[in-house]
Design a protein around this ligand. Sequence first.
Ligand code: ADP
Ligand code: MG
Length: 742
Amino acid sequence: MANDLRFQVVGEAFKKKPLDVKAPAERPQEYFGKHVFSREKMYNYLPKDVYDKMIDVIDNGARLDRKVADGVAAGMMDWAKKNGVTHYTHWFQPLTEGTAEKHDSFIEHDGKGGMIEEFSGKLLVQQEPDASSFPSGGIRSTFEARGYSAWDPTSPVFIIDDTLIIPTVFISYSGESLDYKAPLLRALKAVNVAATEVCHYFDPTVKKVTSNLGWEQEYFLVDEGLYAARPDLLLTGRTLMGHDSAKNQQMDDHYFGSIPERVAAFMRDLEIQALMLGVPVKTRHNEVAPNQFEVAPIFEDTNLAVDHNMLLMSLMKRVARKHGFRALLHEKPFAGINGSGKHNNWSLSTDTGVLLHAPGKTAEQNLRFATFIVETLMGVYKHNGLLKASIMSATNAHRLGANEAPPAIISSFLGKQLSELLDHIEKADKEDLFSMDGKQGMKLDIPEIPELLIDNTDRNRTSPFAFTGNRFEFRAVGSEANCASAMITLNSAVAEALVSFKKRVDERISKYSEKTEYSEGSGHSPKYHAIIDVLREDIKTCKPIRFDGNGYSEEWKAEAARRGLDVETSCPVIFERYLDESSIQMFESLGVMTKKELKARNEVKWETYTKKIQIEARVLGDLSMNHIIPVATNYQGQLLRNVERMSGIFSKEKASHLNARNLKLIEEIAQRTAIIETKVEELVAARKVANKIENEHAKAVAYHDTIAPMFDEIRYQIDKLELIVDDALWPLPKYRELLFIR
Ligand code: ADP
Ligand code: MG
């Protein structure tokens, strides 16, 4: 009997046609931000004085008073109602990785038996969702379940369907952060303060330094019908079994290939909706693996970029379903082919331009460039283990260290030109560095680096933190992750490095000021001597983080360990880096997170890790016992009957010859199903043991060390069975179907 479900869904998937997505009549620049309460709309909907105060709040972090909030709320509601909005929600980013929202409508009793619509500053600014079920790592015990969400005025509100969405932070009643946004905003403030002060060495007029983020989101699309027939995809986001398709990515024919029609229609739809929500999506292309794609916007201020990524991920899931797809954001939905990441392109910029931009025309610009490069490397070097922890998760662990971009060791690729520049600053004779130039006095002898050359040097795809012309590209971030996690750590690490740099430079300036040969005006000012000396020191210190070779090689693992870089690969152990003295010291001194918060957040991380592996273990056990073994046994029964009948009609000798292949298969099925059964029993037993462990850390370690490794052994047997069991009986859509049907 044929397996009807599988063939039915595969057949339907083949027949699906692309949806006809009508582009709006206007050009993108006209509908961009249509559903966002942008500055322009604020200007139109708010009284002049309220508007001015609001801009001061957004741009300069001014305090928001109640009257202004009331004014803003009134204008917002006015705009929202004109767009058919009836509800509003505080939208926040709990530690579960997704976003959370609870909708309320504007209606209130009017006291006369009727209803009116109302939206005050109070409702805009703060809410107390009963959020007792969100993970808090014990900060908020359930009897004291109050956490509150508070408006983040720097990220504009927007409309989805009938709801006004208000970006907020989520904080416990006692003030600890329970989300990603609150510590992110604090880290961005820290890096702004630290970087602005360092900028003042070179240009005293700089007012503010912004951290920028341009993410590149990779994802897979799978036909919705096939997805529904794969309980593992449905429940865990990845396939726990499935033999390689004979053809997958070995021909390299998918990367940058022409986009299939059904997918193109989905992308168009997604882009139109994203643009209307103010997400400046720009790039789309096929990725390396079959059915893998990428979308990337133009970079924005990091806080906004994070919100936009969260928004885009949920939009993507929604739009995909409309097109009969499921968007898979899991880092490793399919074994044997590439997984998905989310490159985080990061830079710092002032009101006058990007700080990591290839050297400018003046000595100051060159030195400033070198300073920000070196101090970024210092931060990344000092906290390389923590940075790895910031991107680690049960799902991303499948990519890291698994011979796939990027390796589980954080290192930085600078390219030839930039490496030479740093080497030069480090080693050149100091007198030569301060070569004199007739007209301008001192001229720093730093080689000019043509911008284009720098851009072109980077095609080392194995580097997790590569310099790419005017930014660093942090490639280890997982496709499913909230970018904020990586951005909190990176910006904090750089802020800390800049603070330390400034402190040491200032100390030297006062010391050198006493030296007559370094006096101002002599061309050897104490300031430049101090900066160069500290930079030279730091270039030496952070050298171990620089690596331009092949990050996947075995030699690198050994070499990195010799250099003292973090080479740990166990996810729950990597999380420990958050509680290292150096991490606590960094986060606390910058006011980003307290030890208590860090501890609580780690409890959540360990618990989440355990739960993910636990769910996978259960799904794998279930599928083994009620999908795979019955089907294999059924097929084995067919073979047995065949053997019996053959023996009835042929002579003993002939039958034994003719039955040889089937007998071999019967035996193989018996052996493999027996192993699966035993391993599943062992898995259940191991889970029972691990579940008794009370400590979240120890439990996660047990799940990592004893339970996760058993998956591979079970899967191996199942994938072998897939190859021999009659295709017509196999219940689960196969890789070749999941990956090649549009
Ligand atoms: P590639 O695939 O070559 O790395 P993409 O064009 O796909 O490049 O994506 C690069 C991302 O980096 C985009 O989001 C882009 O806006 C962003 N980006 C470019 N310059 C900067 C910068 N100075 N700082 C931060 N992000 C940047
Ligand atoms: Mg990139």
